[in-house]
Design a protein around this ligand. Structure first.
Ligand code: FAD
Length: 403
């Protein structure tokens, strides 16, 4: 093996997308891979802070990469957890209607799920109660997805990382941030320069910035959205068996505040999708990166003025900082929920949504750009965790001819 300062493939970002792609490349005979990770530990961002839900391919447009990889990814990760004895519970999901108008969308969702090969079933209120005793719906109709599961995202990421590094074909350098290019095939990092033959950008919250250093992704920018959770902390929570979701607004990429019995047994409500001020702005104010604020505000302003779907999110979501509004959303999904039963908790994540700055639209699918020396994953939105192992196969097919 060469020294850590030169490698064949340099992967920037050791989240679930970078790790599963490294494993996939190794399984296809590649070696001399260096992964660099800006943080000191795994799962510091989306891959360790998500809902832990293995989605089952219901929502996504049939021709999209999300649709093509979600269900297969669900099955691959389930098999991985079973093989390694990792926490996994196939708890299922119900999607309920809050208003009569949503019944048409629910029927569209059912058709879409079926064309994606997902297993879904329409259930009436009686059956809904048997599956999820607390859930409520209108129109005597809900959708049930038995293949939805929950896992421990950090434990899963750690196990996949161990597997990736075990054969010594890849190495992982923590506390090593990519800061730019020194030469066309030499990366500057906080741990020194690293020469590479091929570069893969899986830098999640900074993937647009990294792509820009290569002259790619010029028409795209990421906007951070804060996903705040609260906890359903009352004896009633025992009656939430799996996942209770609303019918989503098809204009936006977020699924709406929902109930999830996590693998730890705690029942979370959320996440929100509140525009944040900077890419790692998990707290309210104290961790805002002032350098990033002007570009984020510019993008939010342009989206707000040009994009009605985004405007609806920007006007409605920030209210959820106030418990009254958060609870009102939650109460639409279940019966008998008193405000004091849902409590603030420390769980929070940041979702980075790619926008196309040519027409200020939100990019609704996974998106990658490449040139002869690099490949950039620009929009690893939900269900990125679920899809990861299948997406890695899909990306490897594109990358291999260039290696
Ligand atoms: C609140 C929330 C809930 C979600 N719920 C679900 C769910 O239930 N199911 C599901 O399937 N998906 C869910 N998702 C989506 C899923 O978590 C993401 O799609 C997935 O984790 C993206 O993985 P990633 O590897 O691209 O990103 P990340 O996990 O962010 O990894 C990128 C890594 O790159 C590193 N990095 C960044 N810049 C640099 C640099 N310059 N140099 C070196 N390293 C760098 C970062 O430190 C980070 O570790 C959710 C996301 C959020 C935020």
């Amino acid at each position: 093996m060469k020294t850590p300062q030169a490698c064949r493939i340099l992967i920037c970002g050791a989240g679930i997308i970078g790790i599963t792609l490294a494993r996939e490349l190794i399984s296809r005979g590649l070696e001399d891979i260096t992964l660099i990770e800006a943080e000191a530990a795994l799962g510091a961002h989306s891959s360790g802070r998500n809902s832990g839900v293995l989605h089952s391919g219901i929502y996504y447009a049939p021709e999209s990469v999300r649709a093509k990889t979600c269900l297969e990814g669900n099955r691959l990760l389930r098999a991985w957890c079973e093989e390694k004895g990792l926490p996994l519970a196939v708890t299922g999901k119900v999607i309920v209607a809050r208003r009569e108008e949503e019944l048409i969308s629910m029927e569209n969702l059912r058709r879409r799920a079926e064309s994606n090969g997902a297993t879904v079933r329409v259930v009436d209120e009686k059956e809904l109660r048997e599956i999820e005793p607390l859930a409520r719906t209108v129109g005597n109709m809900a959708l049930y997805s038995p293949e939805t599961a929950v896992l421990d995202p950090k434990a899963t990421l750690e196990s996949l990382t161990q597997d990736c590094l075990a054969g010594k074909k890849a190495r992982l350098l923590y506390n090593t941030r990519f800061t730019g290019l020194k030469d066309p095939r030499v990366a500057k990092t906080t741990g020194g320069d690293i020469a590479f033959s091929y570069f893969i950008n899986t830098a999640g919250p900074f993937s647009d910035v990294v792509a820009h250093a290569f002259g790619l992704g010029r028409h795209y920018a990421l906007i951070p959205f804060k996903g705040i959770y609260q906890e359903f902390a009352s004896p009633h929570a025992a009656q939430v068996r799996g996942n209770i979701y609303p019918v989503p607004d098809p204009r936006n990429p977020f699924l709406g505040v929902h109930f999830t019995r996590s693998i730890s047994g705690r029942v979370y409500v959320g996440p929100t999708a509140i525009p944040a001020f900077s890419r790692l702005n998990y707290k309210i104010i104290s961790d805002i990166c002032l350098r990033e604020v002007p570009s984020v505000i510019h993008a939010v302003f342009m989206m707000f003025t040009r994009n009605p779907g985004f405007r609806a999110i920007a006007l409605s979501e920030p209210r959820k900082y106030f418990s009254r509004f958060f609870h009102a959303d939650a109460q639409e999904l279940v019966r008998q929920l008193a405000p004091q039963e849902i409590l603030p908790c420390s769980k929070v994540g940041l979702r980075h949504q790619l926008v196309d700055t040519r027409d200020w639209t939100m990019v609704m699918d996974f998106l990658a750009e490449r040139d002869e020396r690099s490949f950039h994953v620009l929009n690893a939105i939900s269900p990125g965790f679920t899809s990861s192992m299948a997406l890695a196969k899909h990306m490897a097919e594109t990358i291999l001819p260039h290696l």
